[in-house]
Design a protein. Structure first.
Ligand code: UDP
Ligand code: MG
Length: 311
């Protein structure tokens, strides 16, 4: 059976987690901004197992408005799994991915779409005046630097998920079946003709970010392990460097021994080299273990998410 050709022009995909505070206003402002462009619009709200009233709002508006579809996960699977589920449903020629907490402004979408239509496959929003505390800004900079060093993947910290993507881009991104699925890095990996547009950054309607440092750290580590084997190569490098130092040290010791310079054999040198080598060994085993763990996760081939309810 042939599926009918899609008529949808624009799909908006929003992962929603504990975002009841601003959700209604967001939907209202999206309607204002989008219907000025086209009537062939769909809005896909994926509730990532929120414990607040987010799903009540979603199911209510989805009942009232034809163009809104809601999906609820059976538990909290994570923002990027929610984005994946939304993208799988999206029918549009163009797809927008954005946050639910009004940090990504609906009013910026028409500009991004206009730019995309000039001949780009994706136009990514670059948030110019990022509204965050200095502490979280410093943390972000450090995070991206460490990530770059460990993975060799350069990411722009002012670019997130917010952007306009065309159908073939989304199709390719969905082809990537790996378990650790992280949208911005996937987009980066896919390539095609991408551009950016500077946008304003809104104030979050959530009192605090849904990410605590721990989960951002875990997200970063998972992405790193999924995308790069550079840490493995780094351990080989550092192993070689330490081995070289050890070799030189041994050479010097031998020369000194034969020339009679060593009277009392050093306890310090033995202990120091022991600690260095064991430290290195443990680190290396740890890193190898991490990759083995990731392979195990991938081989299990579990579903990325489980749907509880649909509208
Ligand atoms: N989010 C999600 N699942 C989660 C955490 C967050 O779907 O487990 C969604 C959230 O609803 C929002 C986006 O991801 O749309 C970004 O979350 P948040 O604003 O808390 O993070 P930050 O702005 O600090 O990146
Ligand atoms: Mg936010």
């Amino acid at each position: 059976m042939k599926t009918p050709k899609s008529q949808t022009f624009l799909s908006i995909v929003i992962p929603v987690y504990q975002s009841e505070a601003g959700l209604e206003e967001l939907i209202e402002r999206l309607k204002q901004a989008l219907f000025a462009i086209s009537t062939e619009v769909e809005l896909i709200l994926v509730d990532d197992g929120s414990k607040d009233g987010s799903w009540d709002i979603i199911s209510k508006v989805a009942e009232k408005e034809d163009f809104i579809r809601g999906l609820r996960f059976s538990r909290n699977f994570g923002q990027h799994q929610a984005i994946f589920a939304g993208l799988e449903l999206a029918q549009g020629e163009w797809v927008v991915v954005m946050d639910a907490d009004m940090q990504d402004l609906p009013e910026e979408i028409p500009m991004m779409l206009t730019k995309a239509q000039l001949g780009y496959d994706a136009v990514l929003a670059r948030r110019m005046d990022k509204k965050a505390t200095w502490f979280s800004q410093v943390l972000t900079i450090v995070y991206y630097q460490v990530f770059y060093f460990m993975s060799g993947i350069k990411q722009d910290p002012s670019i997130g998920n917010f952007g306009v993507y065309n159908k073939r881009m989304i199709h390719q991104v969905l082809q990537m079946k790996e378990y650790n699925w992280y949208f911005p890095t996937m987009v980066h990996w896919v390539g095609f003709n991408q551009s950016t547009l500077n946008v304003k950054h809104g104030v979050s309607t959530n009192p605090r970010s849904n990410y605590f440092i721990k989960s951002k750290f875990n997200l970063g580590l998972n992405t790193l392990l999924a995308f790069s084997d550079k840490p493995l190569r780094l351990t080989i490098k550092s192993g070689l460097i330490v081995a070289l130092i050890g070799f030189l040290f041994a050479l010097v010791t031998l020369i000194r021994y034969f020339s009679g310079a060593i009277v009392v054999p050093g306890y310090a040198s033995i202990i120091v080299s022991l600690w260095i080598l064991f430290g290195l060994l443990l680190t290396t085993i740890g890193i190898v273990g991490l990759y083995v763990g990731k392979t195990f996760e991938g081989v299990k081939n579990r579903p990325r998410y489980i749907v509880d309810q649909k509208t």
